[in-house]
Design a protein. Sequence first.
Length: 132
Amino acid sequence: DRRYRLVQWHTHLDAGLPAVRTVPARLQQALSTLLAASADAVTAGGELTLSSRGRGSVVECEIIDTRGEAAARAVVGRLDDADDRQEDDTVRAVVLARTSVADLGARLTLAPLAAGLAITVALEVAEEGASS
C-alpha cells in the first residue's frame, strides 16, 4: 500500500535482552497483528516505532504510533467491553492479541500519549537454564 511508504518507521531494539518465557510463533503473531493495526491507524507523514528493553525481570516490546491523542483515547475507551467483532482495526487487533498474550503469561497494556498510542507487551524473563 502506497500509504505505508509515507509513514516513518523507527526501531530501537536492545540487543542484550535475556531469554523470555514464550512461544515464539504466537508472540510473533500477536506483535505482527498489533504492528499492522498501528500502521493502519497512522496517517501519511506519521511515525511508527517498535522498541524493546529489559526492565528487571521483564522484557518489554513496545509499539508507539502517532495516530493522535483523541484517536488513542477512543481506542482505550472502547476496550472494556470489546470483542473481536469490533469495526475499529486497532480495537479488534488488541482484543485478539490480548488473549494470545495472556495465554503466553504476558501482559498487554495501552497508554494514550499526546501524539498517539503506546502498546506494550511485557514478558517474564526465563529462569536461567530454561529454554524460551
